[in-house]
Design a protein around this ligand. Structure first.
Ligand code: ADP
Length: 442
């Protein structure tokens, strides 16, 4: 107990003792000491009850009160109560200010922010941008089920995913289909979710402009290149003595440019393409083609093995899947020195399948692996160019696998070799029609 409280307490006790003593003496002088004591005790009790009532009144009252200067324990209690109430009021005000400024910040965000009740998925709060981007209105939409309120958007299934819901990258706004939105769900407490909708229309438009530009440039380059290439082919070094090596180099470079343009056009087409209708991709003939291509590239310099352990076929685009697998196989041959091995295996993996291309080639340092599928990313530019690479092959592979909901995994060790594997889920696996496969192989 602090010292000033202890001394107030003793003062009150001393005052009470004095009052009782003086009353007892006064009673004794008047002939009845006990009567004097009793009257004083009742008076003191009444006074203490009155102070207690006053403290209770002050505790429940909302306004401030004047504190008397007296030193007794009741005045001390008044002071403590008043100080605590003042501190509480200040803390409350600070919290309210903080809450208000957070709300103002969330309200001013250019992204739509909606607070949802996790169980009922009803709207609890939303900011101004939610009105312009999602069409929610105050106060009518508070307490409404979000899925019903944003009916045209495919949200029911998405919200069911909760914590695991992947962001929806591009969805038209219910206010104006020209506004494209990116939606994210953030479960930020046990009972609340935050839905954030961002206007990505500008970003998508820019991306489209970039894609169109690359496609147009590539397209425009195609014709002049074909012409140059054609004339170069027609020129006989014997007609122009001394120009043999020069003509050869020009032919090589124009071929490289033509391949580059073709790869860029393929990438543009893949980028603007949605997953198409799936056809059955018979894997026996596909593996046989890959073997032929690998052997043609290798020209007998490598040991090539192709194995089918899966006994099933794939669903997807034959042309695109062939292009992806063929890219991996030719890379394996190109980046493996003579006498190395290239092994293609098609096998089951749970309900899905995996096509893996392993080589015993140069390998890739670990720091390059995360960026390998970027356009024009090469570990060694000279080695890539020497072997006729454009730097776009793995980028094309990644896009094709993306369209088939498959993923590319790369493992590699420098000096030991690399494994590029394409993992397909069960939805792209189809039981093999043996008769059709045999027929196709013939
Ligand atoms: P490129 O046309 O240059 O081969 P890719 O996109 O196909 O372009 O490959 C990108 C880079 O990844 C290559 O330049 C090469 O450095 C590396 N790479 C690809 N496949 C292999 C492999 N099997 N072994 C070693 N390096 C590889």
């Amino acid at each position: 107990m602090p010292r000033h409280i202890r001394s107030a307490w003793f003062k009150t006790l001393a005052t009470l003792t004095m009052v009782l003593l003086l009353s007892g003496l006064a009673g004794w002088a008047l002939g009845d000491a006990w009567m004097g004591l009793a009257i004083a005790a009742i008076g003191a009790l009444a006074w203490h009850y009155w102070r207690l009532r006053r403290v209770l009144g002050r505790l429940t009252a909302r306004q401030r009160w004047e504190i008397a200067d007296g030193a007794g324990v009741w005045n001390e209690l008044d002071r403590v109560v008043s100080r605590n109430q003042h501190e509480m009021r200040v803390r409350k005000r600070r919290l309210l200010d903080m809450l208000r400024s957070y709300r103002a910040a969330a309200a001013a965000l250019p992204d739509a922010v909606v607070v949802l009740d996790r169980n009922s998925q009803r709207v609890q709060w939303f900011n101004e941008a939610a009105t312009t981007l999602l069409g929610l209105h105050h106060p009518g939409d508070l307490g409404q089920a979000l899925v019903q309120r944003l009916q045209p958007m495919p949200l029911a299934h998405w919200l069911a995913g909760g914590r695991n819901a992947e962001p929806i990258l591009d969805v038209p706004s219910p206010v104006d289909p020209a506004i494209r939105l990116n939606l994210r769900l953030i479960p930020y407490s046990a009972d609340h979710w935050l839905l954030i909708a961002r206007d990505v229309s500008k970003l998508l438009r820019l991306e489209q402009v970039r894609r169109d530009f690359v496609a147009n440039v590539s397209h425009e380059l195609r014709t002049p290149l074909t012409v140059v290439h054609g004339y170069l082919d027609m020129m006989d070094p014997e007609d122009f003595p001394g120009t043999g090596p020069m003509l050869e180099e020009m032919r090589k470079q124009s071929q490289r440019m033509a391949q580059l343009v073709e790869d860029l056009l393929t990438l543009s087409r893949l980028e603007s393409q949605e997953a198409g209708d799936a056809e059955v991709v018979a894997m026996l003939p596909m593996l046989a083609t890959l073997r032929r291509e690998a052997e043609a590239h290798s020209q007998g310099r490598h040991q090539i093995t192709v194995e089918d352990h899966a006994g099933v076929d794939l669903l997807g685009s034959i042309k695109e899947l062939h292009s992806a697998f063929s890219n991996l196989v030719t890379n394996a041959v190109r980046y493996t020195p003579a006498d190395g091995q290239v092994r293609v295996t098609f096998s089951r993996e749970g309900d899905g399948v995996v096509l893996a291309v392993r080589d015993t080639g140069y390998g890739i340092p670990a720091n390059h692996l995360p960026r390998l599928t970027e356009r024009f990313y090469r570990v060694s530019s000279s080695r890539s160019r020497e072997s006729g690479g454009t730097g776009l092959g793995l980028s094309i592979v990644k896009h094709i696998l993306g369209l088939h909901h498959a993923r590319l995994e790369i493992q590699s060790e420098v000096g030991k070799g690399s494994t590029f594997s394409c993992h397909f889920d069960a939805s792209h696996v189809r039981a093999r029609d043996v008769a059709a496969s045999l027929h196709a192989e013939d």
